[in-house]
Design a protein around this ligand. Structure first.
Ligand SMILES: Nc1ncnc2c1ncn2[C@@H]1O[C@H](COP(=O)(O)OP(=O)(O)OP(=O)(O)O)[C@@H](O)[C@H]1O
Ligand SMILES: [Mg+2]
Length: 347
């Protein structure tokens, strides 16, 4: 099951009010950070151009809101090709896919978002399209059904997924190019904020941009969402001339329920549940029940940031507080099992 976008300001999952489209960079130059991925892509694009062949099939993986869809649109722009966008769960029958594939011209890009959610028979149907640029299309139904083999133009499939682990190996192996996006550093995020502020036509000072960056969980989508809300706070405070300064940023982020660590109430609930039994791992299901949240959502949406920043640790038997978690809650970490065993012996 795919996590629903929770109603919280810091979720990296797309929410309807996010202005992803208008804030999306339209050139590689406008795409901040992810230097390794961008340089790789430029190389593959150049090579494909030099050899006058379509780009190899490409897979983008990484958490929500880091720029997978943006990169797909940039690649297609550089190729000067048509981009056809669809998503794993909406393709129900091979015929749906065949309809899209047969319309593609040489070098066009078919972008499949949430590609891990493709139905298995659709995934298998894609294999021959990706490899041999051929598909079988059935004509007629029932006892007189026949199928004809169609040749496709050499297209490029770009897949995006937040859960690369859910793709089968044979499927993954059919992507010649595989790039993983990682969380952004605060400097990159501050630059994204300044760039987006220009697009939204709002002034923002250095302190405010850094403040937003530090609380955005390494995620451009979250940074852009904060910026849009802070613009409104600024507008309400002083009319169009009022830009976003540190004071507005602090006040606005507080209104959104985001604290200085970029954590919100739900994060704190998770930490508090783990703090109830310090040192004892809590299973994902138990954590889900205790916080009234879906286990998949905890795993994909809340937990990654808490783990990266050291608030939570994942062990084979469940989740426990990490060093930063103890520090934040002002709890002394329990002694390691060996030490506590000894402690009992002598007490
Ligand atoms: N490197 C970047 N530079 C500037 N803006 C970025 C960058 N990456 C992402 N963004 C911004 O973040 C928003 C979200 O990016 P995008 O939609 O590409 O994420 P995604 O990885 O496809 O997310 P999802 O997994 O939810 O589909 C975009 O609107 C874009 O404005
Ligand atoms: Mg996307």
């Amino acid at each position: 099951m795919e996590p629903e976008a929770p109603a919280r300001a810091v979720t990296p999952v797309r929410r309807p009010e996010d202005s992803d489209r208008s804030l999306r960079p339209t050139t590689f130059d406008g795409f901040v950070g992810q230097t390794r991925v961008v340089n790789n892509l430029k190389t593959w694009l150049k090579a494909a151009g030099a050899a006058e062949r379509p780009l190899d099939h490409t897979l983008f993986t990484g958490p929500p809101g880091l720029g997978k869809t943006t990169l797909a649109t940039l690649v297609s722009r550089v190729l000067g090709s048509t981009l056809v966008m669809t998503s794993g769960p909406v393709i129900e029958r091979p015929a749906d896919l065949a309809g899209m594939l047969t319309k593609l011209r040489r070098g066009d890009v078919l972008f499949i978002d949430e590609i891990h959610r493709l139905r298995t028979h659709i995934e298998e149907y894609l294999y021959s399209a990706m490899e041999d640029y051929r598909i079988d299309v059935s004509i007629d139904e029932g006892p007189y059904a026949q199928s004809v083999s169609l040749t496709l133009q050499r297209f490029t499939l770009i897949g995006a997924t937040t859960r690369s682990g859910l793709l089968s190996k044979p499927f993954r192996d059919r992507f010649g190019i595989q790039e993983r996006l990682v969380a952004y550093g605060d400097e990159d995020l501050a630059e994204i904020v300044r760039r987006s502020a220009k697009v939204l036509e709002v002034e923002i000072d250095e302190d405010a941009a850094n403040l937003i960056a530090g609380r955005s969980r390494g995620t451009p989508r979250v940074a852009n969402r904060f910026l849009a809300r802070l613009r409104d706070v600024a507008l309400a405070a002083g009319g169009p001339a009022q830009g976003i300064d540190k004071e507005i940023a602090i006040r606005g982020l507080e209104m959104l329920g985001v604290d200085a660590q970029g954590l919100d109430d739900m994060d704190r609930r998770i930490l508090e549940v783990l703090a109830e039994s310090p040192g004892t791992p809590v299973g994902l299901k138990t954590l889900a029940v205790a916080t009234s949240e879906e286990d998949g959502t905890i795993e994909d949406v809340y937990e990654p940031y808490l783990i990266v920043r050291g608030y939570v640790r994942k062990t084979a038997r469940g989740r426990i507080l990490g060093p930063k978690g103890y520090e934040l809650l002002g709890i002394t970490p329990p002694l390691a099992p060996a030490e506590s065993g000894q402690g009992k012996l002598f007490s």
